[in-house]
Design a protein around this ligand. Structure first.
Ligand code: GUN
Length: 289
């Protein structure tokens, strides 16, 4: 069997076209959607992500403000910036790129962001609202995965889903979104005893471990949908420097029914959902006026 490819670029292009229309409609109502992005330090991967986020905003007609701080920045100065952005009615979304340098208390920074501007969905109140099935900003990567499954017509209700990884950014909110949508969810992680025993009976596997080509064809049930959240750079050997996911595409695509590639799968969907959340935040402001 050769798996159907879940093309995140194509789906993103389609969704972003609609989001650009929404942004233009809000601007015509006098509310220009605006996202503030804070980057601390020069981590190369974070710099690329932030550049891509800002570029995607501009293309969709969302204004972006970018604030760069050095690696040794004083956390107080970033917290002051967040307070000013919280108070600025022209700013609808605030994103602090993670990870932050060691001197930062990540939780304190995320909780400093106004809940209504937390377009990453990382504030404890948004996390709590999500877990209770209330309206909330959903974290962008797992939300993008849900959109991919939905658009591909992959049934979530009643499905057995395995999420590999338990991070606050992907694994945990992914498990909640799948649960809320009616899946039976198992969360696996580094302490899981027999990972393959879990993945082999899953209809949906979400790989968010951060280990190159970790999920192999022998770990996947024939016909399953496999979503690859990983973005790893191969360190050595003939492929050094190349990007790959957490899924071994060659062996898994021969067994699975559907698979998301890396690059061109979940990555663009994460940014698309960030645009969607920013427009939603701006819409709430426009509707209140
Ligand atoms: N670092 C890795 N993924 C993300 C994300 O979705 N948002 C932010 N702010 N930082 C990240």
């Amino acid at each position: 069997m050769s798996a159907r490819i879940l093309d995140g670029n194509a789906l993103s292009a389609q969704l972003r076209g609609r989001l650009a229309d929404d942004a233009a409609a809000l601007a015509a109502r006098g509310v220009q959607p605006c996202l503030a992005v804070i980057l601390v330090g020069g981590d190369p991967a974070s710099s690329v992500y932030v550049r891509n986020k800002v570029a995607a905003c501009e293309k969709a007609g969302i204004k972006s403000l970018r604030f760069d701080y050095p690696q040794d920045a004083d956390p107080a100065s970033v917290l002051e910036r967040i307070a000013a952005l919280n108070a600025d009615p022209a700013v609808h979304g605030i994103l602090v790129q993670l990870p932050l340098p060691r001197q930062f208390n990540e939780k304190a920074v995320l909780e400093a962001i106004a809940v209504g501007k937390d377009v990453d969905g990382f504030h404890a109140e948004n996390v709590g609202r999500l877990s209770q099935g209330q309206e909330a900003f959903f974290p962008c990567t797992p939300h993008g995965v849900m959109k991919m499954l939905e658009s591909a017509g992959i049934a979530v209700k009643g499905a057995d889903a395995v999420v590999i990884g338990r991070s606050n950014i992907v694994g945990k909110p992914m498990a909640v979104l799948l649960t809320n949508a009616g899946a039976t969810v198992t969360v696996c992680h580094s302490q899981t005893r027999d990972l393959a025993a879990h993945t082999r009976r899953a209809d949906i596997v979400i790989a968010a471990v951060g280990r190159p080509r970790f999920v192999t064809g022998d770990m996947v049930k024939p016909g399953a949908a496999v979503i690859d959240v990983g973005i790893n750079r191969i360190q050595d050997g003939p492929e050094a420097g190349k990007l790959c996911g957490d899924v071994d595409f060659a062996s898994v695509s021969a067994v699975a029914g559907a698979i998301s590639p890396v690059p061109g799968g979940v990555g663009p969907m994460t940014i698309t959902m960030l645009l969607a959340n920013t427009i939603e935040a701006a819409r709430r402001v426009a509707d209140k006026r």
